[in-house]
Structure formats: C-alpha cells, structure tokens
Design a binder for this molecule. Structure first.
Ligand code: SF4
Ligand code: SF4
Length: 492
C-alpha cells in the first residue's frame, strides 16, 4: 500500500471498494475493460500530449519527502562499464571496428586478453562473459534465420529502422557532445540568462515547453551525484570526473511506445519509436534553453547518457521502480521511456511519489513469469543491494541474449516485461478507476482482487513461447496491429 498522507481510513475504504467492486461486477468489468482497451482515444501519449493533458494523474495526494527506493550504506556511482549496452558497445568496437580495419580482439581469445576495464569486469563476473558469447551466437543464428522470417516481419523491421535513423553516429539529433560539459553545454548561448520571476515560473514554463515539443510526462529534480556515470563522459571519453557544477537540475521527459506495437512484443515491437520521440523532444529543449541563456545537455537513448534515468525519474516524481527494473508511472505503467536535459536554469524541483508499486510488485510477479530469459527475480521482497540501493535483481546478460534471439534483422529486442505489466494500461474509464482506488487502499484488498482478475482474464503465454523455434513459437503478447502485419499488405 502507498505510504502517503492521503489515506482513506480502513472502514471508509472498504465501503468505497465495496461500491466499486459491486459496480465492476454489475457492468461485467472484464468484458467492458477489454472493449475499452481497444478504444484508440485511450492511447496515452498519442493524443493530447502536446498540451500536457496526458499527464492526467493527480500526484499531489501521493507526494513524499523521500523517494521509495531503499538505500543501504553510502550510495556509489555507476561505472559506465556496468551498463550492458555501453559494455557490449565496447566489445563490438573491438570485434567489428567501424573503419572495417582488422579486429582488435576476438571471442576465442577469452576475456583475459581484453583491455581494461573490460578485463577486470569479466574477471569478476566470468558468467557474464559466457552469456555474452551466447548472445553473439544467438545473434549470428538470428541473422541466418532472417530469410525465413523476413516476409512476416519486414514491416516491423522497416518501421523500427525508420525510427532509429534519427540516432546514427554524428548525424544523430541531438548531436553528441564534442567537448567537456563546461564547454559543450554552453555552446550556442548568445544571450545573458533571462531572469525568471521565480523558480516556480521556470518549472511551469519548461514543462509547458516540453509538453509542446511532445513530452507525455515531465518532472524536475535536483541532480544527485550518485546517479551520474563514472569512468566515461561524453565529449571527453574515459575519465573519472566530479559532477559538473552546472548540472543543477534535470528535466526528465517520458513518452510511451506506440501502444499496439508495444503489446505486440517481442517480435513486432521496437524501442526506437519512443527513442526517436525522446531525442527530438530533448534535443529541441536544449536549443530552447540555450536560446534563453541557460546551459543544457540532453541525455538520450539508446546510449547517449551521462546519468542513469530511472532513479532520476523517481526523484522527479514521475513514478516508482517496478520488479522488472523499469520505471512504472501512473499514466503509462511500464510502457515508459525516458530522457533528461541537465541545466543550470534555477527551477523548482518536484517531489517523489508513493503509489504503492512495490507492494503490488511483491504479489504480482507477472513479468517474472513471462520473461523468456528468466532474468527477473521471483523473490517477494527486493533482494539485491547494488551500489547502495536495494532492488529486485535483473540479470541483464540473460536478457541481452534474448534480445539477440528473437526473429528480427536488427535486434529489435524483447520488452515482454513492459507489455504484460498490469500498470501498462491505456487511459480509459476502467483503468482510471484502478489508478485512483488502488493507491488509496490501506488494506491491499483492492489490488489483490484486480490482480486475480488480471490473471484470469488476460492471456499469458509463458516465457519460453516468445522465443523462436525450436525453443518457442515466436509468440507476441497481443496480436500485432494490421499496419505491422505484412500479410495484410503484400503478396507473400
Ligand atoms: S526484455 Fe524480455 S528478456 Fe529482458 S527482462 Fe524483459 S521480458 Fe525478460
Ligand atoms: S508485471 Fe507485476 S511485478 Fe512486474 S513490474 Fe509490473 S506490477 Fe510489478
């Protein structure tokens, strides 16, 4: 249950829940919910986002002074090499140099011959190296299998590649920083910083501008040093560095994946639709901030970050971390992708919220059941302490192997854990009842009831089924939308 000051007392809640429960059964909630779920007007983030009206959940009753993640001891910064995409990026550059020169390293040389910090990383975790070898093998198999699957998935691949075209090398938008933050974050500023009437005015303005650029959700937080990567800084390279003084605040932006494609994960989904939106929104925001005299650096997916996003978004009050390791928000559930712009504009930060995600995740475990790689923990309570923060364990290496196994030509990945999460639901009346009632429930009864309904009425395949044959059957969570199904448009 949510640990917040706005709680109905137990008797009142049970009365309300009873009424709601009665209403739900009277109207045949399950069937009505499925019908409401098909309504295109309920696609949060694809309708009213330009006016900020998709950030519709009233967070005020759930504001808390401390974020809901638990710290143990003194938190430590994350080494860039701990991020699987940054680590594997380095491995790929050694194995397949961009200039097509002779590879500097090959798998059969073993991790003992890798340059630092890779060698040290895999010496401490040799199982991760075995998983990397497996992922490379799966990727090769997948490319060999592509002719077999091409006709069926060509639309999904074309759609994904079109979105990823905004983030290729030096032509990407926003451009990668080419200098240290003290230089690049101020590059292009030609005016004195405009004096704000108050920090609150600054926050309101910047949120309206971000929404006008297409952000579904926007939150603001002061930047804590523990969220900044260590060991690598964009524009500088490998280095250990202090947090730049002008990274005072982060404007955190969230958008969803297109809903129907997201539900059609893993084989029809992509991350690039949300990534490309985030890049345009945060890129334009950096230009806007510099035009009014403030420093700006965009931290954008897939790997152009100097800061880790989920905890930043938790601090900014957008949501809480789920069992699946993903930020879960009231409006978008786990169908939430993030970017941030760091700035010295003196703006007012938001507070974190507590809507009871941890309690729900403790009993739900749907993502763990459905994960094709077994990467998500099944324990009731978060069991791992990473760099001083307590969370449910995610085995990123196993997850990455599945990303390399599904039937695509461009490693479009998996995302089943986003699609199956009960919080990843559209903006319609039935889910709005759940959104409002569950976080106010001091008993946990409402969420248990909804969870039982969820498991009874929603179809789940079981993790293995999402894999290609012979291990699985290329299942998707939901059927793909017609515009991603090749057979609707082409003579196959
Ligand atoms: S993306 Fe897929 S493999 Fe990875 S954790 Fe989520 S469900 Fe599991
Ligand atoms: S699927 Fe269930 S356990 Fe997993 S993140 Fe969503 S609510 Fe939590």
């Amino acid at each position: 249950m949510a640990n917040n000051k706005f709680k109905l007392d137990r008797r009142k809640f049970i009365k309300t829940a009873g009424l709601v429960g009665g209403a739900l059964s009277l109207f045949g909630a399950a069937g009505a919910g499925l019908a409401a779920g098909k309504d295109k007007d309920s696609h949060t983030g694809y309708g009213r986002k330009f006016y900020g009206e998709d950030q519709f959940f009233n967070r005020k009753p759930f504001l808390v002074d401390k974020p809901t993640y638990e710290t143990i001891g003194t938190p430590k910064r994350i080494q860039y090499i701990e991020n699987i995409f940054k680590r594997n990026g380095e491995m790929y550059r050694l194995m397949y140099p961009r200039d097509k020169s002779v590879p500097k390293w090959s798998l059969d040389q073993g991790y003992e011959t890798l340059p630092e910090p890779l060698k040290n990383y895999y010496t401490k975790d040799p199982i991760a190296f075995d998983e990397f070898k497996k992922a490379i093998k799966k990727s090769e198999e997948q490319h060999e299998n592509w002719p077999k699957y091409k006709d069926q998935y060509i639309l999904a691949d074309a759609w994904s590649t079109a979105h990823s075209s905004t983030m290729r090398g030096r032509d990407s938008f926003p451009p990668e920083p080419q200098d240290k933050p003290e230089v690049s974050d101020f590059k292009g500023i030609e005016t004195e910083a405009m004096e704000l009437k108050s920090p609150k005015h600054g926050s309101e303005l910047i949120k309206k501008i971000a929404h006008s650029f297409g952000a579904t959700l926007v939150g603001i937080t002061a930047v804590k040093e523990e969220w900044i990567y260590q060991g690598y800084l964009r524009g500088v390279g490998k280095t250990n560095f202090e947090a730049p003084k002008h990274w005072k605040y982060a404007i955190v932006i969230a958008v969803p994946h297109e809903w129907d494609a997201m539900y059609a994960n893993p084989t029809y989904g992509t991350s690039y639709d949300a990534y490309s939106m985030l890049r345009y929104i945060s890129g334009k925001l950096t230009v806007f901030l510099k035009e009014i005299g403030y420093s700006a650096r965009a931290h954008v997916p897939p790997t152009s970050y100097d800061i880790i996003m989920p905890p930043l978004a938790i601090d900014a009050g957008l949501g809480e971390q789920g069992r699946n390791g993903i930020l879960v928000t009231p409006e978008l559930g786990a169908n939430t992708r993030l970017a941030a712009v760091t700035t010295d504009m003196p703006i007012e930060p938001d507070k974190p919220i507590d809507i009871g995600i941890k309690d729900f995740c403790s009993k739900c475990k749907i993502c763990a059941d459905e994960c094709p790689s077994g990467a998500i923990s099944f324990t009731d309570e978060p069991e791992e302490v990473i760099r001083g923060f307590k969370r449910w364990r995610i085995n990123h290496d196993k997850c990455y192997t599945v990303w390399n196994s599904v039937a695509t030509s461009h490693s479009r990945g998996c995302r089943v854990c986003l699609a199956v999460c009960p919080y990843s639901r559209k903006n319609n009346w039935i889910h709005n009842i759940v959104r409002e009632v569950d976080p106010r429930d001091p008993t946990g009864l409402f969420s248990s009831g909804m969870l039982a309904m969820q498991k009874k009425f929603f179809k789940y395949h079981g993790g293995q089924e999402y894999l290609p044959p012979p291990d699985g059957n290329n299942k998707t969570y939901n059927e793909a939308p017609d515009w991603l199904r090749s057979e609707e448009w082409f003579n196959l």
